[in-house]
Design a binder for this molecule. Structure first.
Ligand code: COA
Length: 137
C-alpha cells in the first residue's frame, strides 16, 4: 500500500471528507454542512487534518480549541486502512498542534455503543472522565 501522509484539510476536500465519514460509519449531521465546516476552519486554523495515501484522502480528524480545552471530532479512517496506526497519527498530530497553542487537554465524545472506538482510544492513552451531556439547540 502507499505511504501515508498527513496534511491540513482544505474546503475543496469537503465532499471527499463526507464520503470518508459515511464509509467509516460516522453519522453526518446538519452541523456538518459546508458552511459549518468553513466556520470551524475559521475558528480553528490548522486543526482539521486529513491522512492521504497516493494523493487520495483516507482519513480525517477535526480538532478545536475554545481557549480552555481541545476537542476532537470526526476521527475516521477508511475501513481498508484501519489498523495501520493512521488514527493514532492523526490524533498525535492534533495533540501536538493543540499543545503548541497552550491547550492542556484533549477531550472527545464517543457513542457508548461504539465499543471499538472506546478500545482504540483506551489503547492510545485516553481515559473516561465523567459523563458528557448534551442538548440539541
Ligand atoms: C477508530 C478509528 C479512527 C481508529 O483508527 P485506526 O487507524 O484503525 O487505529 P490505529 O491503527 O491507529 O490504532 C491505534 C491503536 O489502537 C488499537 N486499536 C484500534 N482499534 C481497536 C479495537 N477495535 N480494539 C482494540 N484496540 C484497537 C490498535 O491496536 C493500536 O494499538 P497499538 O498501536 O498498541 O497496536 C477507526 O477504526 C475508524 O475510523 N473507525 C470508524 C469511525 C469511528 O468510530 N470513529 C470514532 C468516532 S468517536
Amino acid at each position: 500500500m502507499d505511504s501515508i501522509g498527513i496534511r491540513q484539510f482544505s474546503i475543496d476536500d469537503y465532499d471527499r471528507a463526507v464520503e470518508i465519514w459515511q464509509q467509516a460509519g460516522l453519522a453526518v449531521r446538519p452541523g456538518d454542512d459546508k458552511a459549518s465546516i468553513i466556520r470551524t476552519l475559521e475558528h480553528n486554523p490548522g486543526l482539521f487534518l486529513v491522512a492521504c495515501a497516493g494523493g487520495e484522502i483516507i482519513g480525517t480528524a477535526i480538532g478545536t480549541y475554545d481557549g480552555r480545552r481541545g476537542h476532537l471530532y470526526h476521527l475516521a479512517v477508511l475501513p481498508a486502512y484501519q489498523g495501520r496506526g493512521i488514527g493514532r497519527r492523526l490524533i498525535d498530530e492534533i495533540g501536538q498542534r493543540l499543545a503548541a497553542l497552550g491547550c492542556p487537554q484533549l477531550n472527545l465524545s464517543v457513542n457508548l455503543d461504539n465499543t471499538a472506538a472506546v478500545k482504540f482510544y483506551e489503547a492510545i492513552g485516553f481515559e473516561t472522565r465523567g459523563l458528557q451531556m448534551g442538548k440539541t439547540l
